[in-house]
Design a protein around this ligand. Structure first.
Ligand SMILES: Cc1ncc(COP(=O)(O)OP(=O)(O)O)c(N)n1
Ligand SMILES: Cc1nc(C(=O)O)sc1CCOP(=O)(O)O
Ligand SMILES: [Mg+2]
Length: 213
């Protein structure tokens, strides 16, 4: 996984969008502006719509050289040949997902505010560990909160560290400074008045020479 895809950057996550042509237009703008990874997440869609939307997103992601990661459902990811799956605490077992998806797939694990979960996920074949929420999330206002210190603690795992939860262009840089490799964002990108400009603002947080001291 680590050699095929970028290890740093913006990890855009789709909003709950029922209209598939509109979803594709929204995602196209975000990938065209330089987002590095895409997660398909639609908590409001039934299984048929999820399947159709993953299939619709696959050629778009391929055209942009961006991996498509399916939220929650590793079986769907495996069946459709997606680039990976993201699992939270209620989404099944990482070892089974790893076997089904294969060694080259991206397998993400939610670790919330818990370094022990991250150590266990790494031992069970996760490709990255995700911590959050770092700020109040408009998408998930009741998400448990994580401290940036976790990002430094997780460095020893040797896996990309993903930060999520209420991340905006103006609060993201301290997370990158604390060790976040990928910023995972829904509303800050897709609810922005200009999503492409928002993507560029997040990407600037990774630029060494634009760093504020
Ligand atoms: C990159 C990333 N990190 C965390 C999550 C949250 O996963 P989960 O806790 O399973 O919650 P839902 O997304 O399923 O509501 C994620 N999806 N992506
Ligand atoms: C899906 C999700 N998981 C979280 C966690 O903390 O694990 S926070 C979150 C929502 C992220 O959306 P936004 O960028 O709009 O805050
Ligand atoms: Mg989940």
């Amino acid at each position: 996984m680590t050699s095929r895809w970028p290890r740093r950057g913006l990890y855009a996550i789709t909003p709950d969008e029922a209209d598939t042509p509109r979803l594709l237009r929204r995602v196209e703008a975000v990938l065209g502006a330089g987002a590095h990874w895409l997660q398909y997440r639609n908590k409001a869609a039934d299984a048929a719509l999820q399947r159709a939307q993953v299939q619709a997103l696959q050629p778009l992601c391929r055209a942009h050289g961006v991996p498509l990661i399916v939220n929650d459902d590793w079986r769907l990811a495996a069946e459709l040949g997606a680039d990976g799956a993201h699992l939270g605490e209620d989404d099944g077992e990482l070892p089974a997902a790893r076997v089904a998806l294969g060694s080259r797939a991206i397998l993400g694990a939610s670790c919330y505010d818990d370094i022990a979960l991250a150590r266990a996920a790494a031992a069970q074949g996760a490709s990255y560990v995700a911590f959050g929420a770092f700020f109040v999330s408009p998408t998930k206002p009741h998400a448990r909160r994580a401290s940036p210190a976790l990002l430094a603690q997780a460095a020893a795992l040797g896996l990309p560290r993903v930060a999520i939860g209420g991340i905006a262009p103006d609060n993201a840089r301290p997370l990158v400074d604390a060790g976040a490799d990928l910023l995972a964002v829904i509303s800050g990108v897709f609810d922005a008045p200009d999503p492409a400009a928002a993507v560029r603002a997040y990407l600037s947080c990774f630029e060494e020479d634009s760093r504020h001291d």
